[in-house]
Each structure stands twice: as structure tokens, then as C-alpha cells.
Design a protein around this ligand. Sequence first.
Ligand SMILES: Cc1cc2nc3c(=O)[nH]c(=O)nc-3n(C[C@H](O)[C@H](O)[C@H](O)COP(=O)(O)OP(=O)(O)OC[C@H]3O[C@@H](n4cnc5c(N)ncnc54)[C@H](O)[C@@H]3O)c2cc1C
Length: 384
Amino acid sequence: MSTATGARPRWVDDEGAALGAVARDFFQAEVVPHFERFDRQKYVDREVWRKAGALGLLCCEVPEEYGGGGGTFAHDAVVFSEQARSGDTGLGNPVHSGVVAPYLVAYGSEKQKARWLPGMATGDIIGAVGMSEPGAGTDLKNVRTRATRSGDHYVLNGSKTFISNGAQCDLIIVVAKTDPAAGRHGISLLVLETADAPGFRRGRVLDKLGMHSQDTSELFFDDVLVPAENLLGEEGAGFGMMMRDLPRERLVIGVNAVAAMERALEESIAYTKTREVFGAPLFSMQHVKFELAELATIVRASRVFLDDCVEKFVAGTLDPATASMAKWWLSQNQCDITDRCLQLFGGYGYMREYLVSRLYADARAQKIYGGANEVMKDLISRSL
Ligand SMILES: Cc1cc2nc3c(=O)[nH]c(=O)nc-3n(C[C@H](O)[C@H](O)[C@H](O)COP(=O)(O)OP(=O)(O)OC[C@H]3O[C@@H](n4cnc5c(N)ncnc54)[C@H](O)[C@@H]3O)c2cc1C
């Protein structure tokens, strides 16, 4: 796997390194040349998902018996890293393989896993998770989407917003209230299969500051019938399941943050060594050298912290407070580093044809989703 120093993290085994090489070539060949088109259309071609699946880049942690790679979180993390390094944030694999598939593996029945996971591993089924609503983002207990049991179905009503993979997804884990009077104990997770689901409607793909090729969308449910057998886990246990899985989601954000800031730093070092000002390379100025030295130090420290967190997560020993530290600190560093890197490019850094501009704009959402960074600090403080 590629890193700023070229050293392979301890959590990357030989198999992971080989997977990283495949992922690197895949993103360079199948995604990077199409950035502009994907940005304009606001989604990545379905064919790209299928190609990723054929190469074994989706659902690496899903057991082989369900069509997955049979690896660990580390294998998915290698793929996420190579994607972030390439500058792509359009292919929603970090949500698909890093959030949706692990929910199904952890809480799905045998029948559910056999029904959905093989298609997710090939890229024929794209997964999404619908938690946020116009009136309930951070405050998830306030979701208004209702699922009312009626015979062998639930009747789903409500709406979701900001849903990654929203325009293309075939399967959505929907967070809904099954017992509104029971607070957090009345929240359940239902798997909605979007094909042939009367009453399900996708809204517009939202216009964002960055991540232009990610099909972040609004979703609407009007009396949608969801088979009762699509309930994930127990009725009323949804909130607890979401809380248990949050450290993984936070670590995925950290993995992407470090890979993206390493790439921004490398781009900046290369640029300042070739850009001439006042008859000498930009890099020869003391300010620029000191700036890059500071950035390289922050990036290195971020890598060391992340690697420690990933090793602990794979070993099952990463505590939630440390996962929250990784989420806020690494995404904050990502935003700071990409901002300072962009500055070194002058006006060119503000132009979208330069990768640093994409890295800067795409970074911003990382401080918001997966739990806003302020919430991370609140959670950390409770452990002190
Ligand atoms: C690009 C993108 C992709 C997304 N993808 C998904 C997805 O796939 N699925 C999904 O369900 N959601 C998704 N989201 C939604 C995201 O998870 C929410 O935006 C996030 O949880 C914040 O919720 P909110 O926007 O309603 O902000 P609010 O809850 O209104 O919070 C606004 C701000 O208030 C502050 N704040 C809130 N609560 C506290 C607190 N307790 N203590 C201190 N400060 C606080 C924070 O600064 C926060 O940013 C995505 C968002 C974006 C931008």
C-alpha cells in the first residue's frame, strides 16, 4: 500500500499489499481519467462498481461464503486508502463496504446475508445507509421516519437526506421508529430493496461544496411496503446496533483522511520544486521549506496514530473514545493540511484541474459526517 514514506504499515500483510497494488491501478485506470465526467453527472458509472467487484475490491472483509474477500478490516482499509490517495471520493465504497456490509454481516440472518452480500461483493447491489433526516442528523433519536407493522410487512413513511450512494443504491439500511413512544428503544433498522418498491422515491442529487461525483441524495418513503423479514436484528434494537458500529465508521474516515493528506503533501513538494518564482524554485524559500517541514511532521504523526488505531481495531481492542479521537483529529488535520498545501500552489491551487483543489474541497465534509467533530470531543470528554 502506498504511504508518504513508502513504508508499509504493520497492519498491511502481503495479501493487503498485493490488493493495494490492484486498487492503485484500478483507480488510476478506471476513475481518475473520468473525474470531470463523473463530477458533471454527479455519480460514478455503475460499470466501475462492477469492475471493482470483479477485481475483489468490494466487501473485502465479508466472509468468502457470502462472496466477499474473507479478509479483515485491514483489507478494506487498503482499498479505501488507495482510493483517497487517487483523489476520488465518488465511488461510495467506504459506505458500501465499510458501513453497510459490516451491518449485514454482524446483524443479518443467514438468509439475509446469503441474499444481499454476494451481490454487494460483485457490485451488482450498491448499498446505502439512511440515518439522517432534515430534522435529525446529530440527534438521531429524533428520526421521524416511521415503520408500522401490518401483517407480514412494515409500512414505511418519512424521508432521509444527505444519503451517500442515494441515487444509485439498490439496498438501503433505513433507520426508522417502530415504537415512537419508546425513545431510543423504539428505533429499528429495516433493509429496503429499492427495485420494485412502490412509494419509494429518490430526490435530487444534492449540490455540494466538494465530492461532486458522489451521488449524495434525498430519499422519500410514502407507504412503502417492506417485508417483515427485512428487519435487521431485533425490533427496537437499532440504536444500540448503530452505536456499536460507530468506531468502525470513524476509523474509515481516519483512513481516508491520512491517505488524502499524504497525497496533498506529495503534490505540494513536487510542485514547489518545479515552480519558479524570482528566478528560483519556490521550494528554495525558507518559508516554503519550513511550511513543508511542519506539514510533513503533522502528516507523519497522523499516520502513526492511524496505524496504531487500525492495528487495535483489527485486534478488537480499539475503544470508542480513541476512535472518536482519530475521527476528529485526523479529519481536522486533513482540512488544515489540504488548505496549507493549496496555498503553496497560489492561484493554480484554486483551479479545479489541480488535484490539490479537489483534495481541499472534498476534505471539508469529513469534519461533519460520521458524527460532527464537536460530538467526538464530547464523547472523548466522557471518558476522561
Ligand atoms: C457529504 C455527506 C455525506 C453524508 N452521507 C450520509 C449517509 O450516507 N447517511 C446518513 O445517514 N447521513 C449522511 N450524511 C449526514 C451527516 O451524517 C450529518 O450531516 C451529520 O450527522 C450532522 O447532522 P446535521 O447535518 O443534521 O447537523 P446538526 O445535527 O444540525 O448539527 C449542526 C452542527 O451543530 C454542532 N453540534 C450538533 N450537535 C452537537 C453536540 N451534541 N455538541 C456540540 N456540537 C454539536 C456541530 O458543529 C454540527 O456540525 C452525510 C453528510 C454529508 C455532508
